[in-house]
Design a protein around this ligand. Sequence first.
Ligand code: ATP
Ligand code: MG
Length: 561
Amino acid sequence: MKDNPDHNRSSATPVNFIRTQVEEDLPQYPRIVTRFPPEPNGYLHVGHAKSICLNFGVAEDYNGQCNLRFDDTNPVKEDAEYVDSIRDVVKWLGFDWHEGLYYASDYFERLYELAQELIRRDRAYVDDLNAEEIRAWRGTLTLPGRESPWRGRPPEESLELFARMRAGDFPDGSRVLRAKIDMHSPNLNMRDPVIYRIRRAGHHRTGDAWCIYPMYDYAHCLSDALEGVSHSLCTLEFEDHRPLYDWVLEALDWPAPRPRQIEFARLNLEFTLTSKRKLLQLVREGRVEGWDDPRMPTIVGLRRRGYTPEAIRAFCERIGVAKRDSWIEYEWLEQSIRDDLNPKARRVMGVLDPLPVVIDNYPEGRSEELDVPYFPDDPGRGQSRPVPFSREIYIERGDFMEEPSKKFFRLAPGREVRLRFAYYITCREAVKDREGRIIRLHCTYDPASRGGDSPDGRKIRGTIHWVSAAHALRARARLYERLFTAPRPDGLEDLNPDSLRETDAWLEPSLAAAEAGEYFQFERQGYFIADAKLSRPGAPLFNRIVSLRDSWAKMVRDGKV
Ligand code: ATP
Ligand code: MG
């Protein structure tokens, strides 16, 4: 495995630099308080899961509290639909914010008062430059910024103008409130950043009460401080904002202990995009069936695909937390769900690409029921179901080769294989249509091999799955490939046109009782789940969660993990 940072797989709680810091800080804080601060402008994705697991995990480890705070300071893109989904998802992942459900918008009045306080202290001023001028005057990494002519404006004047901004006296974009810091700072974020702007936009919670809105850098540190957050864990892009985070609290003489911001590397997952903006584009342009399309890296998508909260949490734990950006191989995610479902999922049989087989010496019109264990590798669990067997069955087309290659041990002319849990059969004839395509096999069976056990100790190398043709449950199956073709996709141009293949499936009849959301291992095919949206009684539809192909084992063998 590449880029597996500071994790420690043998202990229940991975050691990482954040926990080390928190531990060091314990004496300073009455309680460890973290927060997960999503902006409700989209659905959460697997990257957010990393942040959720980290924030809630750290709080749990130190008997603290993790708040769920909606960072809803930008009314234009936000929506209550997203708020509801985010709450659901955090709960579904298994975390509890207890009393700690907050909205940055609940602090608008308080943030306004604190901004007035900054003005009184001459640490903020109303600027009449427009956005374009501010940008031009800000300078660059190599050029210092220029001070606004309004920078020296007396606090009383700024206070009055700020009140009038709030009252709606000025058009959008005509004035802003800026922190008075240093136009020559090498850190651009410190060059008198804008902390309030005028924006006439209805807010999903405060409606039209406000026409000025605080900027993220100003609102975030104060929201943390107001909630008594001890550790504000955020992704690396905020590293350069930390001086501003600290400056605001310092300028207001915020009492100790103040929250400490610590940055960690965001999750980048190969073959996946974790940008809400780009995921929104996929949905808007109809490239996927919605936010919960089973190919989406959203939590609702993973959930519908069949990922469990346990698997997602195990994945987040396994990838660890680092201080340096990295890309995680997609197999890590897949292996997490295999590991979780392997002991949980009942084994059943289904054929996706059927080849009819007639067993010539099996009496016509007869059928029998075989008692087949749901957990063949774990006979102690004792659960089983009846599986009908009859003269005509389907096997997987790929399990027959007319001219078998050297390493092919399954069915071929004249060859004997084991039908899983049923009988040994020997292939006598392959019938072809006019185009030469094989349409049917004729076989004979050995009645003494019932249950799939060797009657006389003779060795059989191949075992294949099957379903009885007359009893098969007709269903649909959706097989997924990665949504993007590039390991580090740039955008929608890297979309995989073949990420979804829907096919007919012939399943053992016990699956007629499968409920939406129930998962199974279809032997040799992978883990499947009855689709929560599209599967109907009488018209079942199964998603393949993940194949069994154990590329993971290969990675272990190759010393990559
Ligand atoms: P936006 O571009 O809309 O800000 P965002 O993905 O940063 O997108 P937020 O709602 O601000 O969305 O994210 C909430 C929290 O999740 C933040 O603390 C952010 O740092 C964290 N987060 C977002 N993406 C990732 C990721 N890929 N890996 C780890 N944490 C992430
Ligand atoms: Mg963000």
